[in-house]
Design a protein around this ligand. Structure first.
Ligand code: ZN
Length: 475
């Protein structure tokens, strides 16, 4: 291991307690997307304390920030998220016990996500300073990954336009730097306006907005036969009227439309807009679409993924304490074997069968999944169109743990989560230093990025007039 890397990893090891404390604080704050005021300030303040220049409230979001140290090229970016999920408040125990009723919880482990990135950025800076390494290290504080895709606004404002490579880490049940893509998505609400009347005495006077919502859904459900296999369309009815004896004058649905490529998604999206118009015509109501968010599909990068795996192997997996194993065993009892096998199989990881009888992932596999799609969406994708980007995963949760669950919340602030936090911070620091110091590997990653993008163009999926919905939690 190079002296520069060793210096950065030693810094993380020495500051372990401080790093864990910050992650646990963010876990306790458990703030929802776009209102992560305390969490983002905590991370930004720490970076500032270590000499980073911090620009707060960027891209129209008070909780977005970028922290910069150094100057000139190369410029390496590390991303961190810190938003929680509604209703998932849970104690740090291996059984379902609510901490604050109805409150949010870190069901996706973003307390670790933000803190591991922050710690890595500071460790890299320390090594750069000590060993006079040229270049710039940036930490991007990225809000609202779960709901409003903060990064897409940051990309639109050009914050990722001049970065040589970007890495980030996500807690997971597996150690992985995989090559899968994700689905492009549009999120849109459909408002229908009809006319209220007495549903018993004068229904002929009424025009039902709810009828329009239902007919639109029916149209879309017939459309399903004619879309590509990997497309996903899901909706909810947010408002369907007030009570049955009033013809609903207002109704609203909310759709997510997903497909592997942006243009495939847009084709289906435009068809659905036509179906909505058709539903309004059929019911003599008015329809107004309200665009919420849009995301691209991920462009993977094998060069950086391989570098990450190499660093994982060099740094070696964390060692769990007796207490950690006990906690893991208790969590494992809440997961059925069927759930676990289904999750492992879905990962398509070569040799996943070997993990069936294990509690925690104890391997570091080669990057896998070239040409595969994971059927979710992430705003990391939009960054990946701008520069070579990899978001890798480390085992934080017991194998088979479902996503966005109370089990995730519990495991993200105990020994299991802390181990993953320190391990991932080290991997990110080591990988950033490789990219800063090894021009050849950085150029290879950039060349691969250019090749994968080809002649495709990135156009922000958010209409120019759309701003981050800052008031969303007041509604
Ligand atoms: Zn997440």
């Amino acid at each position: 291991m190079s002296v520069e890397k060793k210096y950065a990893l030693d810094w993380i090891e020495k500051n372990k307690n401080m790093i864990v404390e910050i992650s646990d604080k963010v876990w306790e704050f458990a703030e929802l997307g776009l209102i992560e005021f305390k969490s983002s300030a905590l991370l930004a303040d720490e970076l500032e304390k270590h000499g980073f220049r911090v620009e707060r409230g960027i891209a129209g979001m008070p909780t977005a920030f970028v922290a910069t140290w150094g100057e000139g090229r190369p410029v390496i970016g590390i991303m961190g998220e810190y938003d929680a999920l509604p209703g998932l408040s849970q104690k740090k125990v291996p059984s379902k016990e609510t901490l604050n009723l109805g409150a949010p919880g870190h069901g996706c482990g973003h307390n670790i996500h933000g803190t591991s990135g922050m710690a890595a950025a500071i460790a890299v800076k320390e090594a750069m300073e000590k060993h006079e390494i040229k270049g710039t290290i940036k930490f991007f504080g990225c809000p609202a990954e779960e709901n409003f895709s903060g990064k897409v606004y940051m990309v639109r404002e050009g914050y990722f336009s001049d970065i040589d490579a970007v890495i980030s880490h996500h807690p997971s049940t597996m150690n992985a730097a995989n090559l899968k893509s994700s689905l492009a998505v549009n999120s849109i609400k459909f408002h229908f306006y009809g006319k209220a009347s007495h549903a018993g005495a004068s229904p002929e006077q009424g025009r039902s907005a709810l009828d329009a919502v239902e007919l639109m859904n029916m149209g879309v459900n017939y459309l399903r036969e004619h879309v590509i296999q990997d497309a996903r369309i899901h909706y909810i009815i947010e408002k369907g009227g007030d009570q049955p004896n009033i013809v609903p004058s207002y109704a609203r649905s909310w759709y997510y439309i997903r497909a592997p490529e942006r243009d495939q998604m847009e084709f289906i999206y435009n068809w659905i807009l036509d179906i909505a118009k058709g539903a309004a015509i059929m019911t003599k109501t008015e329809m107004k679409p309200e665009f919420f968010e849009g995301i691209y599909n991920v462009i993977p990068n094998r060069t950086i993924a391989e570098l990450i795996v190499k660093n994982m192997r060099e740094i070696r997996l964390p060692k769990y304490s007796e207490e950690d194993w006990k906690f893991a065993q208790k969590i494992a009892k809440t997961i059925t074997p069927e759930m676990k096998i289904a999750q492992l199989k879905k990962s398509k990881r070569p040799g996943w069968e070997k993990l069936v009888d294990k509690l925690m992932d104890d391997e570091i596999p080669d990057p896998w999944g070239e040409g595969e799609i994971s059927h979710g969406s992430t705003d990391v994708a939009d960054v990946s169109w701008k520069s070579p980007t990899v978001e890798f995963e480390t085992a934080t949760w017991v194998l088979g743990t479902p996503g966005h669950s109370w089990q995730n919340v519990a495991q993200s602030a105990v020994g299991l989560g802390h181990n993953s936090l320190i391990f991932s911070a080290k991997i990110m620091a080591a990988t950033s230093l490789n990219l800063l110091m090894n021009e050849e590997v950085l150029n290879k990653a950039k060349e691969e990025h250019r090749r994968r993008i080809g002649n495709k163009k990135y156009k922000s999926p958010i209409p120019p007039e759309n701003k981050p919905p800052l008031d969303v939690w007041e509604k």
